[in-house]
Design a protein around this ligand. Structure first.
Ligand code: HEM
Length: 545
């Protein structure tokens, strides 16, 4: 058996098999169970029939789904218990303890992988390589089915091959290397502007002698603006001016809408349905109006896209030359015209909604980790400087020559996975940890404890961007499925290339311009709302280089 294990949470038998990762969850749990250590035996019968994975069991019997040990409490009780403790302790979790305790996720001082109703039952036995293959290759298309928005319905009703065909078209504009080449300069522009703005701010508000001033601040609001500006630039092909001292009213309204949408999502997701019916109306109204604004923002961009497209076609027919201006993902999709308009709107809106806090938050953690590891910071900076000098201003070349930057992002997402779980509903019955898991059960790979498990990573508590380069060179036995921060396979994060490049470029320009430090090297306490984030945003000291 391959030696790779990942931590996995247990499963909720779901009434429906559709939900959403980023948006509202349409899954109502029928029951909540917690899986404890079960060894790694899988019997031939169900295992072979359902997953094709053949393993020999100790007692030759695959245990039934309802044999999975659980707390015996209903999900509401469990939710109450989980809600009492809203943060992940920084202390490492030892895998062994996990396995012995019947309710490990509810023990004091143990990391709780997730906190939704659906996942408060989570737990983490080791998950084998074959299990991973079984889960991630038996994907099923599912998307948000928010009934209020026809755009989302356009995607939510698609499943299987139909969904996949659309996704492959979208991948061409956001995932493939030719697309990355097109949008990378746009991200680079925004990252450079961010640093320019920060330099001015440090000079104006910082302390110390001129030219070497330092400024200590909470960068989280600026990082949020950076992520929104970068997303708009790549997706709509236009800047919305969030770094200016007086952004337009339209931009301010848009940022408000995105903030509101993100802030109101967790309570709407986590409140039990009955409570939601009683107290959720104002929340829902705010949430819906925030979405309305985000949709109307997208509509306006699409209208502009049409105008741009028709004028460039007009030019083309006049002078016979193709317009060479890159008009963002939206422009590309419209120009190609392979997806229906509803699908373009749905995908664009989902890209906008999924792409802001998911990158802004890991950037906070990255600045903190680089700040509290000064020697390592210097090593990354040296590599970045050398690569930047050689690249002659080409951001793509500069990133290629600085693998430690890529390692920094992977390391941040290992320790602080912004989405704490990856979920699948297997389309066929499978066997996990010797338990029979019926088709349609929500199975969650739990990234937080996996990233901190000594069974999976050597010295898991050490922030070591170099580990990923070493791992590449030893590819083979047991190295797969360690990096699941963006999910896996056909359903993996569609914004992955945007996110990776956006974060690397910003860190690159920051390291070229500033030395980072933090006043305390104590671990950051984290909390889980919709995503994993710092309980209190870390304050970072920026010293101009
Ligand atoms: C560090 C940043 C990010 C992380 C860690 C992350 C993580 C994830 C994960 C784990 C999934 C589910 C994948 C799976 O089930 O296999 C996902 C899906 C998704 N992400 Fe991201 N994401 C990030 C940034 C972004 C950005 C920047 C965008 C948009 C520009 C985005 C848009 C989406 C969308 C639209 C989906 C749903 C894809 C689908 O179901 O087809 N994400 N993301």
């Amino acid at each position: 058996m391959r030696s790779m294990y990942i931590q996995v949470t247990m499963c909720i038998r779901a009434q429906g098999t559709r939900g959403s990762r980023n948006l509202l969850c349409g899954v109502v749990p029928q029951r909540a169970l917690c899986m404890t250590a079960a060894g790694t035996v899988v019997d031939e019968k169900i295992g072979a029939e359902s997953t094709g994975v053949r393993k020999r069991g100790v007692d030759g019997r695959v245990r039934r789904f309802d044999e999975i040990p659980h707390t015996g409490r209903n999900w509401l009780g469990q939710l109450g218990e989980v809600l009492e403790r809203r943060s992940f302790p920084a202390a490492p979790q030892t895998h062994g303890e996990d396995l012995q305790h019947p309710r490990p996720h509810l023990q004091k001082n143990q990391p709780i992988p997730v906190k939704t109703v659906a996942v408060c039952v989570a737990l983490c036995p080791p998950f084998t390589f074959e299990d991973c293959v079984a889960v991630f290759y038996s994907w099923k298309g599912w998307k948000c089915s928010d009934p209020t928005h026809s755009y989302l319905k356009a995607t939510s009703t698609k499943n299987g091959e139909e969904w996949r065909a659309d996704r492959l078209l979208l991948n061409k504009e956001v995932m493939m290397s030719s697309a990355v080449k097109r949008f990378l300069p746009l991200l680079d522009d925004v990252a450079r502007d961010f640093c320019r703005m920060l330099r001015v701010r440090v000079e104006r508000e910082g302390r110390g002698e001129e030219g070497k001033r330092t400024l200590t601040m909470d960068p989280s609001p600026d990082l949020f603006r950076f992520a929104l500006e970068a997303s708009c630039h790549v997706i709509y092909g236009e800047r919305i001016g969030l770094f200016s001292s007086s952004p337009s009213l339209e931009s301010q309204k848009f940022i408000w809408a995105v903030e509101r949408m993100l802030a109101t999502t967790p309570p709407l997701l986590y409140l039990p349905p009955r409570l939601l019916l009683r107290i959720g109306a104002p929340l829902w109204t705010q949430h819906a109006s925030a979405w309305d604004h985000i949709f109307s923002h997208a509509e306006a961009r699409i209208q502009r896209g049409y105008q741009r497209l028709s004028s460039s076609q007009g030019r083309k027919s006049q002078v016979g030359a193709a317009g060479d201006h890159y008009a963002g993902v939206l422009g590309q999709l419209m120009e190609k015209g392979q997806l229906s308009l509803d699908l373009i709107k749905a995908n664009i809106t989902e890209l906008m909604a999924g792409g802001v806090d998911t990158t802004a938050v890991p950037l906070q953690f990255a600045l903190f980790e680089l700040g509290r590891n000064p020697e390592l910071q210097e090593r990354v900076r040296q590599q970045v400087r050398a690569s930047w000098a050689q690249a002659g201003g080409d951001p793509q070349k500069a990133l290629q020559g600085a693998p430690l930057l890529k390692g920094t992002i992977k390391e941040i997402l290992r320790l602080y996975p912004v989405g704490t779980t990856v979920q699948r509903y297997p389309i066929k019955d499978i066997v996990l940890q010797n338990y029979h898991i019926p088709a349609g059960t929500m199975v969650q790979a739990c990234l937080y404890p996996m990233g901190r498990s000594a069974e999976v990573f050597e010295e898991p508590q050490r922030f070591d961007p170099g580990r990923w380069g070493r791992e590449e060179s030893q590819k083979g036995e047991g190295t797969g499925f360690r990096y699941l921060a963006f999910g896996f396979g056909a359903r993996q994060c569609v914004g992955r290339r945007i996110a990776e490049n956006e974060m690397q470029l910003l860190l690159m320009h920051i390291l070229l311009s500033f030395c980072l430090s933090v006043s305390s090297s104590e671990d950051i306490k984290t909390t889980l709302t919709l995503i994993l984030q710092p309980e209190t945003p870390p304050r970072i000291t920026f010293r101009k280089l």
